[in-house]
Each structure stands twice: as structure tokens, then as C-alpha cells.
Design a protein around this ligand. Structure first.
Ligand code: GLN
Length: 241
């Protein structure tokens, strides 16, 4: 069997918020299960390699526009999504894989269209701070994950189209910010969120869900006491709605 290939997309452009840690977490959790795994960081000057799982992070407005242009010209991520690769996209990455997103002046740019979402420049204050996200149970059509913890830092406001489901509802913080209380978006094996942290370091269950999607196997549980302590500590500081 060929190794599980995890690709961190453009850390040179979308590395501001430490989200390349998501790739590290995924690779570590796969290795701890004795899975053969390869972690590659794809710089924006290179062709995007083929992978089973892609992690895209957040960044400033300028590099975000550049990342969108290079990903569109490369075409590899759109192809990967078509063949069912798993994609985790955070903040700027989330906006980039949607239908459109704003630059620093509020001018709209075309996204990759992998998620049916549209982002515009918000008119209120920038959303900055800790976030808690309640994820619906599977019987309610959700991913059935424990309350997610992370932090956000964005000026964009994201509206969900009919082709996606929200990842969850904000129990604290702003999230998508369009007034519906939603956070993130999911369609098939493409998942976007505003949560930094890195989100997978704070939420082991989400990391394992992505690994299960990418490998198609049921993963044995790990001792997550350390990461659970962190999640509890961060969530414990918030008053949840
Ligand atoms: N530039 C985007 C915004 O402000 C994304 C920011 C980020 O990735 N944290 O909305």
C-alpha cells in the first residue's frame, strides 16, 4: 500500500497563524497508529503534489489573493477535490476555496469554488478571539464531534450557499459572521473553518475524522489526555451560549 500523503498547501503564503501545525498533527496521529505516512509542504512556487489529504491555512489579505491565483492556475487542488481527496481549509484558506472572497480594499476575487460559500469584507470590527463551536450530532445531520475550540482573527464575513452544511454553531465567538450563528462549512470531504489553534491540535476528534475520511479505515483510539486538558482549559474560559 502506498503511504498516506498529507500536503500542507503554500505555508510560504498561508503560514501566518501556525496552521501548518494541522499537517504535523495529522501526520503524527497517523504514525502513532503505525500508518505509513508522508508529509509534504508545497511551496507556492511549486506544482501542487498529489495527496490524499490537503491542509490549507490562514494568512494576510495580499498573500491570500496570490495563493488563490496560484491554486487556480495550478489546478491540482480542484482535481484532487474531484477525485475525493480530503481538504481542510482554515480562514484565508476557507475563503479561497469558496466562490469569492475580498482583498484588503474589499474588492472581490474568484475562489476555487470547492465550497458553496461567498465571503465579503465585514462592516463591523474584525472578529478576533477565542471561539467555541457546537457540532450537530450525526442523527441531526452533523459530524458528531465534541465542542470545538479555537481562535479566530478575520475581517471577512462568510455566507453559506445551499451546497454546504455549516460545520457547527458558534457557542462563543463570531465564526462565519453573517448573522446565522454558523461556523465553517462542509461538503463531502471538504471542510472549511475559521478556527486557528492549530484547530487539529486543539480538537483531536476532528483530526481523526479527517484521517478516517482519507484512509477509509477505523482508527484505534489514542491517549488524548494532554490535548483534552488543553481543549477543556480553553473552553472553560468562555461563557458558552
Ligand atoms: N484575510 C482574511 C480575513 O481577514 C483571512 C484572515 C485569516 O486567515 N486569519 O478575513
Amino acid at each position: 500500500m502506498s503511504p498516506l500523503r498529507i500536503c500542507t498547501v503554500y505555508p510560504d503564503l498561508l503560514g501566518t497563524y501556525g496552521d501548518s501545525g494541522n499537517g504535523e498533527v495529522l501526520a503524527a496521529r497517523a504514525r502513532w497508529r503505525d500508518l505509513d505516512v508522508e508529509l509534504v509542504a508545497a511551496r507556492s512556487s511549486e506544482r501542487l503534489p498529489e495527496a490524499d489529504l490537503y491542509a490549507i491555512g490562514g494568512g494576510e489579505d495580499g498573500p491570500q489573493v496570490l495563493a488563490a491565483e496560484r491554486l487556480a492556475a495550478d489546478g491540482g487542488l480542484v482535481e484532487a477535490a474531484k477525485r475525493g481527496a480530503v481538504i481542510l481549509a482554515v480562514c484565508a484558506g476557507f475563503q479561497v476555496i469558496g466562490n469569492r472572497f475580498p482583498d484588503a480594499q474589499g474588492q472581490l476575487h474568484q475562489g476555487l469554488g470547492l465550497l458553496d460559500i461567498a465571503t465579503a469584507k465585514g462592516t463591523g470590527p474584525r472578529a478576533v478571539g477565542e471561539v467555541a463551536v457546537a457540532v450537530p450530532t450525526e442523527s441531526d445531520g452533523g459530524l458528531g464531534l465534541p465542542m470545538l475550540s479555537g481562535f479566530e482573527n478575520h475581517g471577512g464575513v462568510t455566507t453559506l450557499g445551499p451546497g454546504v452544511e455549516p460545520l457547527g454553531r458558534v457557542a462563543a465567538g463570531v465564526g462565519n459572521g453573517a448573522g446565522d450563528g454558523s461556523e465553517g462549512a462542509v461538503a463531502g470531504h471538504v471542510l472549511g473553518t475559521y478556527l486557528h489553534g492549530p484547530v487539529l491540535a486543539r480538537n483531536a476528534a476532528l483530526a481523526d475524522l479527517l484521517l478516517a475520511w482519507a484512509t477509509g479505515i477505523e482508527l484505534e483510539p489514542l491517549d488524548d489526555a494532554g490535548s483534552e486538558d488543553l481543549r477543556r482549559e480553553r473552553l472553560g474560559r468562555l461563557s458558552l451560549s
